[in-house]
Each structure stands twice: as C-alpha cells, then as structure tokens.
Design a protein around this ligand. Structure first.
Ligand code: NAG
Ligand code: NAG
Ligand code: NAG
Ligand code: NAG
Ligand code: NAG
Length: 440
C-alpha cells in the first residue's frame, strides 16, 4: 500500500486558488479518474524502469577506527539494482495531480574504502556492500498550466521515503562494520532518496517537453486543420481533469509537413465504449460551422451528379410525358445535376443530435453532343439531421434528410412539377450524401 500520509501531504499542497483565465474554447475534454488511472499505469512502470542502475553520488564520512581515531571513508559506486512497483495510485487536486507509488525489492550495491597514513602507521582497507531496502514510497505532485497555448507541466513537490536499510558489508575487517553502518546509513538513505527524487523531476521535465512539443494544429486534409491550441489552464477536480481547446477548423497550412496524427485515422487505444469511461469530449456547433465554412470557401460543397441508382432518370426520355418541352428540345439526351451549396451549411447541436440546414442550387444540365446546356435551376433547402453514438470501439453515425423545400429559380423548359423533381433528387441525394461523395 502506498502510504496514505504521503498522498495526503502532497494533495494538501494542491489546494490553492487557481486563476480563472478568459478564453472561448469550443472543445472540452475531461479525463476521468479511470483515464487518470490508465495514464498512471502507463507511466509508473516506465518511470520505475528509469530508476534501475541509477547511480548515487559518492559519500565521504569519517568513521572511527580503534587506536587511530577518525578516518575519512568513502562509499563509492552506489548503484540502485532495480525496483519493482508494488502499488501505485493517482489523485487529482485543485491545481494538479499526485502520483504515488510503493516500491518493493529495492536493493543497492556499493564499494567502500579508506586509507590512512602517518609517520607511524599506514592502514588501508576496502570492500563492497549490498543494501536491501525494506520498502520505499515515492510521490510526486505535478501541476499543469497553459503557456502560450501549450501545456506546461511542472513538479510542485517530489518526495521519496525509504523505510529500513539493511546493509551487508563484505571484505575488510568485521570490527569496522558497525562504525561504517553508524556513520553511513542515514547518508546513504538521504543520497538515494535525493537521487530518486531528482530522477523523477528529470522524467517529469521530459514529459513537459513532450507536451510542449504537441502540435497546435492537426492536419485534416488539404483544406482544413483543427486548431488544437489549449485555452485556459486545465481544471482539476477531485476525480477528473478538464482541458479546453480552441477546436475550430482553420485553413490547413499546405506548407506544413503532414503530421502522422491524421485526424481520420486517430485511434484511441483504450476502448471508448467500455463501462469505465476514461475520456469525455464535448464540442460546440462552432466546430462544425468552422469546417463547413472552410469547405464552402474551398468550393468543395458542390457535386456533379451523373450517376444515380435509377440511372434512367438522368435521361430526357424518361421525362417526355411529364416535361414535354425538355424532351422536345433535347430528345434522348443524358442529363447531369450540378448540386452546389450556396452558403456554408449551418450546424446546430441539440440533445443527442446534430442538425444542419443546407441551401443548395441544383442546376439541371443536358449533355449535348459537345456541350453542356443548363436548362433549369431549382433552389432547395435541406435539413439533415444526424446522430452519432459509440458502439464498441466505433463511432457510428446515422444521417437522415428530414425537410425539403423547392423553388424554381429559372427554367428554359417550362414549369417543373415538384413531385418529379423530388423523385430525381431523392435518388441524387443518396449519392450526394454517401461517403464516397463529398458529404456535408
Ligand atoms: C535486487 O533487485 C532486483 C530487482 O528488483 C532483484 O531481481 C534482485 O533479486 C535483488 N537482489 C537481491 C540480492 O535482493
Ligand atoms: C506562442 O505560440 C505561437 C504559435 O505557436 C508561436 O508562434 C510563438 O512564438 C509562441 N510565443 C512564445 C513566447 O513562446
Ligand atoms: C564483494 O566482495 C566479495 C568479497 O570480498 C567478493 O567475493 C565479491 O565478488 C564482491 N562483489 C562485488 C559485486 O564486487
Ligand atoms: C488557434 O486558437 C488560438 C486560441 O483561440 C488563437 O489564438 C489562434 O489565433 C488560433 N490559430 C489560428 C491559426 O487561427
Ligand atoms: C455548379 O453550380 C455552381 C453554382 O450554381 C457554379 O458556381 C459551378 O461553377 C457549377 N459547376 C460546374 C462544374 O459547372
């Protein structure tokens, strides 16, 4: 068991006022206690590995030797053999998190030596020793702040506490041993504790370097990137940590190297849908509106439809009775539909669903022998609503069209019956909204 005392002591340090910072995040991510535990289980064993073969600075002390008196003795080559983590825990406070671990089977090896010479005598001796540590607790409290849009991790307190030491000396004369143990054990203890604490602070600064190096933009495609600049300081509560990020889509920097953090391929290692939810993400409608504005501006929200499931609908012959002028002017010609958004689709988020309204111009084009003739244009308003949910490890979505409104903008082929138009569009839209087309 991790000493609760150490944990409590470190935690009390975390309760102080945190500065509320202004900002307008569009995405918030909350890492729950089980998420913190997951991160801890990932980091603690790696931290413990870095402690293996840790060397501790030499220690010089005086040891009293019968007849001669005090002689300077050196403990050198003090090396930590390796540690095993028996138990570890993580807890969040007001300004940071505390990670504490109990280490077991901690042992060290070292060498000792002294030499003394005077005009009367010259003595020297040396040997080695092994040290078995009866339990050790290590704890670190770390804070996170926002620094210029990146996360800055810093250690507030790091403590290492060693229980009893059992030193076994080899070589030399046995009368020397007790003197050595009396003179050295506390110093070995504090040197090792310091060395371990320093190593942990060093590890935390590597973590800080990693966090500082996280990209501020995630490349999505040639048009859009997501601004993942951190906003505000992370907020800590007793069982979670919340991060705010800007989250809006921005034009992608085409000169920037494509990072391998490809948005669409992002895979989270832990199962998202498991009963222990590690991560909650909430995002507001501006996130969607920013990407729709970018795609609109880039001209991606238009689509030429020349194939529909009912292909015969895209031939004037199918319409000879319903739109006689079309067939008379262009008998047996194939047709195309140019479906094109006339403004960026606006997105609203409601409980459990996302609604989008898209205003489109649909131009009906007849394919002549070597030209394309626009013959009519209809403006359409479509309401698309979607739900996303997590099923197993997958994000599943469902999209439905739930509102249609038509207006004939202009026509060279006379009046179009709404019913007819609906048939073609229902067919065309299944293409427009399919994943192979550019979805909205
Ligand atoms: C020292 O610790 C290592 C790693 O925990 C272990 O494998 C080894 O047996 C220990 N040695 C002694 C003498 O206890
Ligand atoms: C803050 O971040 C911006 C954008 O990443 C960068 O250009 C700027 O140099 C940074 N400023 C400081 C003081 O680090
Ligand atoms: C420690 O000293 C003993 C006896 O002098 C020797 O047998 C042993 O090999 C030494 N061990 C190390 C690790 O130097
Ligand atoms: C990204 O978001 C930050 C914080 O909102 C903002 O300061 C920065 O200008 C944004 N970057 C771009 C390229 O828009
Ligand atoms: C499709 O229609 C839009 C707007 O009506 C227009 O800007 C665009 O150029 C057309 N696309 C093609 C390929 O004709």
């Amino acid at each position: 068991m991790v000493t609760r005392l150490l944990l409590v002591l470190l935690l009390t340090l975390l309760f102080s006022t945190s500065s509320p910072a202004a900002g307008s995040p569009h995405i918030s991510a909350v890492i729950s206690q089980s998420g913190l535990d997951f991160a801890k289980d990932l980091l603690v064993p790696r931290a413990a590995e870095t402690l293996a073969q840790l060397s501790v600075p030499d220690i010089e002390r005086s040891v009293s030797i019968p007849i001669i008196g005090a002689v300077r003795t050196v403990a050198s080559r003090i090396v930590l053999g390796g540690v095993a983590v028996a138990d570890s825990t993580v807890a969040a406070g007001d300004t940071g998190v505390v990670v504490a671990a109990s280490l077991s089977s901690v042992n060290l090896t070292m060498e000792w030596s002294y030499s003394y010479s005077s005009w009367l005598v010259e003595i020297s001796d040396s040997g080695n020793a092994s040290i078995q540590v009866e339990g050790m607790d290590v704890g670190v409290s770390m804070g996170l702040k926002n620094k210029n849009g990146s996360l800055k991790l810093f250690v507030m307190e790091c403590g290492c506490y060693m229980k009893d030491l059992d030193i076994t000396l080899n070589g030399g004369s046995s009368w020397f041993y007790q003197g050595f143990i009396d003179a050295f054990s506390n110093h070995i203890r504090s040197s090792v504790e310091n060395a371990i604490a320093n190593k942990i602070v060093e590890g935390a600064s590597k973590l800080d370097l990693f966090l500082g190096g996280l990209p501020k933009e995630i490349y999505v495609d040639r048009v859009a990137a997501m601004n993942v600049t951190f906003i505000n300081d992370p907020r800590f509560s007793s069982s979670s940590v919340e991060f705010d990020i800007d989250g809006l889509f921005i034009p992608s920097d085409k000169t920037a190297p494509q990072s391998d953090m490809h948005f669409g391929d992002t895979k989270l290692a832990p199962p998202l849908g498991s009963s222990s939810n590690m991560l909650w993400i909430s995002l507001d409608e501006d996130v969607f509106n920013s990407v729709s504005a970018l795609y609109f501006k880039a001209g991606l929200l238009q689509h030429m439809v020349d194939k529909v499931p009912d292909q015969f609908l895209l031939n004037t012959a199918s319409w000879r009775f319903l739109i006689p002028r079309l067939y008379r002017k262009y008998p047996n010609k194939d047709m195309l539909l140019n479906i094109s958004a006339i403004s960026p689709p606006s997105v609203r988020i409601n409980v459990g669903r996302i609604d989008t309204t898209v205003d489109l111009d649909v131009t009906v084009i007849v394919l002549g022998s070597d030209d394309k003739v626009p013959v009519a244009c209809i403006s359409l308003s479509v309401a698309v609503s979607g739900h996303a949910s997590v099923s197993g490890n997958n994000l599943v979505g469902k999209v439905e069209l739930n509102y249609f409104s038509f207006d004939l903008k202009w026509s060279d082929i006379g009046k179009l019956h709404t019913g007819i138009v609906q048939v073609i569009f229902a067919s065309a839209f299944s293409v427009f909204l399919s994943p192979s087309g550019r979805g909205l």
